[in-house]
Design a protein around this ligand. Structure first.
Ligand SMILES: CC(C)(COP(=O)(O)OP(=O)(O)OC[C@H]1O[C@@H](n2cnc3c(N)ncnc32)[C@H](O)[C@@H]1OP(=O)(O)O)[C@@H](O)C(=O)NCCC(=O)NCCS
Length: 182
């Protein structure tokens, strides 16, 4: 089973050409609320949550768990990319014991369309292949989420299967540092 927990968290900030990936801080709270309250962001990921509910429920430092990278551009959070163990109860697995690391990503709409999600996810996958050599990473996305499927393709994920979940067709793919250029 993939364990993200034993890895020291947060790691040192990861710098890409344009972005910084780092652990979350209290100053990111407003951006987390924006992400989860945005109907555009929620289109293929279960919908937006009411802002007043988020204001009450989101902790002072949100996303403070191993695997959550805040993605920063010019000193401000524009999104997040996550590596979490995939729930064994859900369909879609590539290991007999399940618990694979699953990649996730959400960005604020004003940051879309400039390659930031792909750049951030590539850096997170690099980090993962260094800290968990040879471990696969899985990804599922609604087939209607064309931007997400394009990111999966650009990152080098390959399709394993499709299935129905949450009332929609899901694409399920896998990435491995062994078979991908990165
Ligand atoms: C999906 C998401 C992360 C993309 O962020 P982004 O920074 O715009 O992504 P990138 O620019 O790195 O790549 C998006 C790719 O999809 C393409 N794309 C975007 N919308 C598209 C559409 N409607 N049809 C076809 N291609 C589309 C872009 O052109 C780009 O491909 P390209 O580099 O070949 O031109 C962002 O839209 C988001 O946060 N969505 C809401 C949350 C979500 O759905 N997350 C994924 C859950 S599986």
């Amino acid at each position: 089973m993939t364990e993200l927990i034993p890895v020291p968290w947060p790691p040192a900030p990861i710098r890409t050409e344009r972005l910084v990936l780092r652990g979350s801080e209290a100053r990111d709270r407003a951006a987390f609320i924006e992400l989860f309250a945005s109907p555009e962001v929620g289109t293929y990921v279960g919908g937006a949550r009411p802002r007043d509910e988020l204001e009450r429920a989101v902790p002072e430092v949100p996303g403070r768990r191993p695997g959550v990278f805040v993605v920063e551009l010019d000193g401000a959070m524009i999104g997040m990319t996550t590596l979490d163990p995939r729930d064994a109860e859900r369909p879609g697995h590539v290991r007999p014991d399940a618990g694979e690391a699953e990649l996730g990503y959400m960005f604020l709409p004003q940051a879309w369309g400039r390659g930031y999600a792909t750049e951030a996810c590539a850096a997170a996958l690099d980090w993962f292949s260094d800290t968990h050599p040879g471990e696969p990473v899985v990804l599922s996305a609604q087939t209607a989420n064309v931007a997400s499927l394009r990111i999966a393709e650009k990152l080098g994920f390959t399709e394993v299967e499709r299935f129905e979940e949450y009332g929609a067709e899901q694409w399920f793919g896998v990435w491995s540092s062994v078979t991908s250029a990165g």
